[in-house]
Design a protein around this ligand. Sequence first.
Ligand code: FEO
Length: 172
Amino acid sequence: MIPSKIENAFNEQINAETYSAYLYWSMSAALEEMQLPGFAAWMRVQAQEEMTHAGKFYHHLVERGGRVRLKAIACPPEKWDSLLKMFEDVLKHEQMVTGLIHKLVGLASEEKDYAAGVFLQWFISEQVEEEASVETILGKLKLTADAKGGLYMLDKEMGKRVFTAPTKGDDE
Ligand code: FEO
């Protein structure tokens, strides 16, 4: 049986991960308007990943006899002043999510919920990767800011990202 505090916190995290997908879809739409189809595609893959994150919490609750309670998803912003500002917001958002994951790890430890603790390990590593990948993109954006054609090339590169479906058990 899953402790009720963990059940509640995991339901909140389903909401946070789903909001992340919403945020990245909104960014993707804004990128389409900015005529950056590669960046827009990259952001949609990011949104797909967020839904697999939400799915992992969902499956963990179901597996342990917890109740899934879906809550309203907040409206994400629709406009950003620049591409750089948008990716700075992505980094801030991911840092916030990292903080949420670390809080969950602390709660699992307080509640002596070892199963939740093991489950959350995947997310600790995932957040390190997420932050690193956004920091790399921010670095490239700063490098290409003044280079003629640089953004065009970077957009092409961003468009190569493909969504890799989680292997069995990876979304559970
Ligand atoms: Fe699910 Fe990007 O954190």
